[in-house]
Design a protein around this ligand. Structure first.
Ligand code: UTP
Length: 494
């Protein structure tokens, strides 16, 4: 319980910050509720959040023009769609060597609330309807397990190869995520190598810059966006843990991409060979009006330019090879050196938060009644993971094949776009290509047609198409599930 003097001091601080209304109901609360509110308010740096609000709002007012946008320099951009096979092998072996030396970790951004998907559980727990019913978390864990083995075997490493997995959660997703990992035995990974941490939150603001009270004794807060990763790595001691494990490179990605190549050795090796401090995977923008952000230069600095910022002529501009000049679609899939992650603290104050207009449940300060607005009534502030791009010194961008590496789960079942069905379809189509690539054939079994084949290959068997050589010249009949190496023989019919 705070003393009266402590409460008075805190009230004075909030009054100086013009946010004293958060004490409106304080005197009418029970001592327990008072303690809860006091605790929340005393932990919040109200001057910092006011600064964030002001900077975000002033950013909205300063418009950017097309004139400030320019294409990516050629020497910072490569594509696995064009690069020679030998070059890709070279990148892959550099990546595998680093992994085998235990210099690579992965950070998963899983703090979002997945409102569009509409599931009450964290998105990573979602079952996209594969025959195995594996969740997104399980698919990713198994890719890590497989890659540890590939790195160990391909380099002849004697000791254990470990790719530590740092899972960023948020207030709304932490407990459920921890529970899911525990009840699933960390999907075969060692618990000590799965580190679950939590990103920060920021209060929601009214359009006039006042902090919302969600109830009489609680501020309305929300996760501070996937760019909250940088501050969280520091105050959740992830940077210290990375250093103590001797990690030099990090792959960071979003939980909702069912095709994500976790710790992709090709991307890691590419980034190392470019001597990049940060790099980004992109996919080819499909058509000029596609509503995706692209990586380009803004005022000479790397940045993500939103589709709404392009005029149609600029968006349709093509290069000599016929591809879009601004075609590097951002998929929030990054490489960092640990040194770069440490350096973020130096320029953090310069990062500009983005405003998302939202419906914010709150208590009416006059009547004390709870309000559930039907239209956006205020704003949440978020930092995006790519907001650090302008501060990089040696950035590189690698284009990858969308059908092999990017299929996000965003929307509710039945939507038809980026939903559980498209995720499932894209994984099974990829597995079909894996079999065909080694010279196998897949035929439709009972109740299936050639364009809806049920074929699932566990990531424990194949990370990116390797390990399936036994299928060369063989025919597989669907539905077929290859869960272990010994299942390969079982699914062959001729
Ligand atoms: P999205 O912006 O698509 O948000 O996140 P979301 O929570 O998945 O879905 P909606 O918008 O509520 O429907 C892209 C990635 O960034 C992570 C998400 O977990 C996802 O991996 N993220 C987002 C965070 O880690 N923290 C955040 O505060 C927001």
């Amino acid at each position: 319980m705070p003393t009266q003097a402590e409460v008075d001091a805190l009230k004075a601080k909030y009054a100086a910050a013009q946010q004293e209304h958060v004490f409106t109901f304080y005197d009418s609360l029970s001592p327990e509720e008072q303690a809860v509110l006091y605790n929340q308010l005393s932990k919040l740096d109200v001057d910092r959040v006011n600064r964030i609000y002001k900077k975000a709002v002033s950013g909205l007012e300063s418009s950017t023009t097309n004139l400030s946008i320019s294409p990516l320099p050629d020497d910072c951009f490569d594509s696995v769609l064009d690069a020679a096979e030998s070059k890709q092998k070279e990148w892959e072996s550099i990546g595998l060597k680093s992994i085998s030396e235990n210099k690579v970790a992965v950070i998963l951004m899983a703090g979002g609330q997945g409102t569009r998907l509409g599931s009450s559980a964290p998105k990573g727990c979602y079952d996209i309807g594969l025959p195995s019913h594996k969740s997104l978390f399980q698919l990713q864990a198994e890719r890590i397990l497989r890659l540890q083995k590939i790195a160990k075997d391909s380099t002849g490493t004697q000791g254990e190869v470990i790719i530590p997995w740092y899972v960023m959660t948020s207030g709304p997703t932490r407990a459920a995520t921890e529970g899911f990992f525990q009840s699933n035995g960390y999907f075969g990974l060692k618990q000590e190598n799965v580190i679950i941490f939590e990103q920060g939150t920021l209060p929601a603001f009214t359009n006039e810059g006042k902090i919302f009270l969600e109830t009489k004794s609680k501020l309305a807060v929300a996760p501070d966006g996937n760019g909250g990763i940088y501050a969280a790595l520091r105050y959740e001691n992830v940077l210290t843990d990375l250093a103590s494990r001797g990690i030099l490179y990090v792959h960071a990605y979003c939980v909702d991409n069912c095709l994500v190549r976790v710790a992709d050795p090709v991307f890691i090796g590419y980034s190392i060979s470019k001597n990049a401090d940060c790099s980004a995977k992109v996919v080819r923008k499909a058509y000029p009006e596609e509503p995706v952000g692209v990586i380009a230069l803004r005022n000479g600095k790397f940045n993500v330019v939103e589709y709404s910022e392009f005029d149609p002529t600029l968006a349709a501009l093509t290069k000599a090879n016929g591809q879009l000049e601004y075609g590097a679609a951002n998929i929030a899939n990054h490489f960092y050196t640990v040194d770069f992650l440490k350096s973020v603290e130096r320029f953090e104050g310069e990062l500009e938060y983005h405003i998302a207009r939202k419906k914010i449940k709150h208590v009416d300060l006059t009547t004390g009644e709870l309000q559930s607005p039907i239209k956006p009534n205020g704003m949440k502030m978020e930092l995006f993971v790519f907001d650090v791009f302008p501060f990089t010194e040696r950035m590189a961008v690698l284009e990858v094949d969308r059908k092999d590496e990017f299929s996000p789960l965003k929307n509710a079942p039945g939507t038809g776009i980026d939903d559980p069905d498209t995720s499932k379809r894209d994984i099974m189509n990829q597995h079909l290509r894996f079999v065909e690539k080694v010279g196998g054939k897949v035929v439709a079994g009972d109740g299936e047609t050639q364009d809806s084949l049920t074929l699932e290959i566990s990531p424990l068997v194949s990370y990116a198409g390797e390990g399936l050589e036994k299928l060369k010249g063989k025919t597989v009949r669907t539905p077929a599930v290859i869960d272990t190496v010994s299942d390969i023989e079982k699914v062959i019919i001729s």
